[in-house]
Structures are given as C-alpha cells and as structure tokens.
Design a protein around this ligand. Structure first.
Ligand SMILES: [Zn+2]
Ligand SMILES: [Zn+2]
Length: 332
C-alpha cells in the first residue's frame, strides 16, 4: 500500500510502499477514505514530541471503511473513525477513573501507532467510532481530533458563558458551531492582521473578533488557546474574569513567559487538555451530527501531504487540510 512516512525529525515525509497491515488481536482492517491533517502532525515532523519511533506514518483523524472486521462485531463496509487515542491499558488508576486519556501505557495513532497517511490501517476496534455513512469522508475527518480536542477543551470550561478562542483554525471552526448551537457568545482572537480568519469567525457568529494582542469588549468567563504560543497564556489570563479558566488545547506550546501573580490571582486557573477519552468521542460525534457541524476543508492527495502540512504551518489554509485517499484506484 502507499503511505507517507517520516524517517527523522525535520525531514519531509517520503512516499513509500509498505506491506498492507495485518490486524493483530482485537484489531480490524480499514481502507482509509480520508485523513485530516492536524497541528500535532507538525509537532511530530519537527521532533517536538517525546520518543518518536521512526519511521512513523503520521495521521490521526482517519475515516475509512472496514474491509476485515476480524473477530469484532462490526460489519464489512461499515464506516469508522480512528482517533488519536489508539490503546489504553484499561487497568491503571487513570483508566479505571474515567481518565483513560492520561493512561501511562496509552498508545497514539500516527505517533506510537501507525497512522492514516496511508491506504490501510489496522486499528483496535475498541477505540474506533462508528460514523455516519452519508457525509463526505473529508468533512467527517476533522471532527476526529480538531473537533474532539475542542470539545474536551470546552468541557474544561464548565458552565462558562462568554468564551474566548485564541487561534481560529480547524478546532475553533468546529467549536464555534457548538458554542453557537448552545447559545454561548464567543470571542475570536487571531494572528494580528489575519482578516480571513476574522471574517470566518464573524460568519460563524462570533460576538467579537480581533487580534490576539487586543482585549475583548468584556471579561471572558473562560478562554481556550489553540495556537501553540505560550505568550498567549498571560494574555488570556488578563482577559478572563475572577474564577475564570484558561485552557491550553495543544499538545505542544512555546515557553510561557513570566507574568505577575496578579494575573492568576482571583482563583483563575490554567489547565491543559491531554488527548481524549472514548466518552468524549461518543458524546461529541453525537452532538456534531445533531447540530450538524459543517467543516470547510481543502483536499489534497496522499502524495501531497508535505504541501498540506506546509500550508498549515504558514496559516495558508481556509479550512481543514484533508488527504483524500480512498479513490476508486484504492478499492479492492
Ligand atoms: Zn491505563
Ligand atoms: Zn490532532
């Protein structure tokens, strides 16, 4: 099968012919239709994640159809999503307390497990989500990380009403639709001068938008930072009211600069979001189909993965970059 493979830090992906994966115990074989590109893939490329097991096939927002359900109860042809969380031990204190996202033995798709920049994947059936059959696969793919991490970040905001979103990329696009559906005003912060992102935030119903170095017109109850920029932490703290929370939604962030304690005083909190639980996935995907969430996408072929990643890095995308993989030529 064709795959795009990373052989070392800061190198471009290379097109490779790999053996089609053979499902192990508990796994199913999936023919991939689409895999969305995530900022985490850039951190992987840049060697910013710990202990990367090269060579690795990136990609953890996978939509595909089952070609071999093996011993699972799933059916041939059923559409499933494969997310970042690919395995947990099921027996540690975190797994047993509903925090499998923090399991020390967890394995991650497109990082410590093979990913979706490929034609096929063998994935543990217990961590796959059944997906709707009718939507185009490319529009479902960004839900599997951008959507899920946004949803988990929102959960960290509790009952907050006025919510700031720092960095208006794929995750914020999706979360904005959830907030609008829930009737919660949101405030979009973009890179200074990014008028395209500000326009799309307003089109999605933002109560206000502006550059990340400005203050919103009113205090926020919570702020979610999707941009991997540590300097936004004190900025967001300054914008949230007493008792408010600043949620860091990314897996990697540049160092957070020193800031005066007064910004944290007043029982403000800073928290991070790590990975996802299967419960997040089930809840969010149900909500996403009920809203329904629409994801603007830009499609690329599998062999164009480096181009898609470069566009994401430069902020030159107008929607989520998605690799469309399962063309007719990939059919069995
Ligand atoms: Zn565990
Ligand atoms: Zn991701």
């Amino acid at each position: 099968m064709r795959a795009m493979v990373l052989s070392g830090a800061t190198r471009p992906l290379v097109a490779a012919q790999l053996e089609r994966p053979k499902p192990g115990p508990g796994q199913i074989l999936i023919r991939i239709e689409a895999c969305a590109v995530c900022r985490t893939d850039l951190h992987l490329l840049d060697g910013e994640l710990a202990d990367i097991p090269y060579p690795v096939t990136p990609g953890h927002q996978i939509v595909g159809r089952i070609v071999d359900p093996c011993r699972s109860e799933l059916e041939i042809g059923a559409r499933v999503g494969v997310p970042w969380l690919g395995y947990t031990c099921g027996s540690c204190a975190d797994c047993k307390s509903g925090r499998e996202n923090l399991c020390d033995a967890a394995r991650f798709t497109g990082y410590t497990l093979p990913g979706g920049y490929a034609e096929y994947i063998a994935a543990d059936a217990r961590y796959c989500f059944l997906l709707d059959d009718k939507s185009p696969p490319a529009s479902l793919a960004p839900l599997l990380c951008a959507g899920l991490i946004g949803y988990r970040s929102l959960r960290m905001c509790g009952a907050a009403r006025h919510i700031g979103l720092y960095g208006f990329g794929a995750a914020a696009h999706i979360l904005a639709q959830v907030l609008r559906f829930q009737g919660r005003p949101f405030y979009a912060f973009t890179r200074p001068g990014d008028e395209a992102a500000q326009a799309s935030a307003l089109a999605l119903g933002a109560a206000w938008c502006g550059s990340s170095d400005t203050m919103p017109p009113q205090h926020l109850d919570a702020a979610i930072i999707f941009a991997p920029v540590g300097a936004l932490v004190p900025t967001a703290l300054a914008a949230v009211r007493k008792g408010g929370v600043v949620v860091c939604g990314g897996i990697h962030m540049s160092p957070i600069p020193e800031f005066p304690y007064a910004l944290l005083w007043g029982e403000r909190q800073i928290v991070s979001v790590a990975n996802l639980t299967r419960r997040d996935g089930t809840e969010f995907l149900e909500l996403a189909s009920r809203i329904p969430i629409r994801t603007p996408t830009e499609s690329f072929e599998l062999g164009e993965a480096n181009i898609a990643l470069d566009r994401l890095r430069r902020g030159a995308l107008t929607g989520s970059a998605v690799l469309e993989i399962g063309g007719p030529s990939a059919r069995d």
